[in-house]
Design a protein around this ligand. Structure first.
Ligand code: NAD
Length: 294
């Protein structure tokens, strides 16, 4: 953790219009969270179906708020208009901060970041929601790398309070300040961390998953381990959490950590998570992981 997140906030520029690239699980969640806190957001994707799905998810979350009596219908309608869907960069000239949340592929991300940098004004801040790609590496595609950093949300965005703000090699203070301030306006708890494989949270979480894998290799039953960890007081055990994260996502992150820290994060042979992914079981996202979801 670098300087405390709060230390940056005095330098934060004004934020009137945000944008998110990608209307998937994360992009849709980010759009909802921003609009629900009154920060208007453009939501861009390359597929109309993705945009419709993202909007549907956001609407569902707003309706839940109304049902719980936390929001009236007039405010809901107003907040919903805060999400402006688009397939083009046409309206990006007035955007203050863009969160990139497209697929986890360095080539796609690099191309998209280059495109958006050309579409926004010179003062705009760009942030990537990548879980595993180095921020300094992504910055290489940019003309203004000092205005770029990581903004790593967790899934589901509306429930997970933490946001990692990642400082790449060339990231300037203003980019960090703006991103920290945006996270706070979204009602989140930002922490500022260095750019390294796994950032902070996954460097803590994946050794735990590794310990779980070792127990399974020794014959432990995953449901039993989950019950034990719930008994210990955690909201869910490792098998269920892996299903929530997505087993393919977890496998990929484990590989990145193993490459980054070969001495202590090397993966053992016969990982159960890898086997489940090979069987097409990806977790909650396709209703089959360690558990089945109807
Ligand atoms: P997703 O597959 O649900 O959504 C990705 C979206 O990006 C799709 O709708 C796709 O159409 C769109 N897209 C692809 N190319 C595009 C382009 N050129 N311009 C605009 N949109 C484009 O993926 P996701 O789970 O939302 O993940 C998005 C990012 O967030 C990834 O970098 C991922 O690593 C990161 N992340 C995911 C999680 C998670 O648990 N799912 C958690 C934290 C971070």
């Amino acid at each position: 953790v670098k300087k405390k997140a709060g230390a940056y906030e005095k330098q934060a520029p004004e934020l009137n219009q945000a944008a998110v690239l990608g209307a998937g699980i994360m992009g849709g969640g980010i759009a909802y969270q921003s609009a629900s806190k009154g920060v208007p957001i453009l939501m861009k994707d390359i597929r109309e179906e993705a945009i419709q799905l993202g909007l549907k998810e956001a609407r569902k979350l707003f309706v839940k708020q109304v049902e719980r009596g936390k929001l009236d219908t007039a405010t809901m309608a107003e907040r919903l208009t805060g999400i402006r869907p688009t397939l083009s960069y046409g309206d990006f000239g007035t955007v203050d901060l863009v969160v990139e949340a497209v697929v986890e592929n360095p080539d796609v991300k690099t191309a998209v970041l280059g495109e958006v940098e050309a579409a926004v004004g010179e003062g705009a801040i760009l942030a990537s929601n990548t879980s595993t790609i180095s921020i300094s590496r992504l910055a290489k595609a940019l003309k203004r790398p000092e205005r770029f950093c990581g903004m790593h949300f967790f899934n589901p965005v509306h429930r997970m309070p933490l946001v990692e703000v990642i400082r790449g090699e060339h990231t300037g203070d203003e980019a960090v300040a703006a991103t920290v301030a945006y996270a706070r306006r979204m009602g989140k708890t930002p922490i500022v961390v260095n750019d390294c494989p796994g950032f902070l949270v996954n460097r803590v979480l994946f050794p735990y998953f590794g310990g779980f894998e070792r127990l399974l290799a020794q014959g432990a039953d995953y449901e039993h381990v989950d019950k034990v960890m719930e008994g210990f007081g955690w909201p869910m055990g490792p098998a269920y959490l892996l299903d929530v994260v997505g087993l393919d996502t977890a496998r990929h992150a484990a590989e990145v950590l193993a490459e980054g820290f070969p001495d202590r994060m090397a993966q053992q042979d016969g990982s159960v998570v890898a086997r489940l992914v090979d069987d097409g079981r990806l977790g909650q996202k396709n209703s089959r992981g360690f558990y089945r979801y109807e």
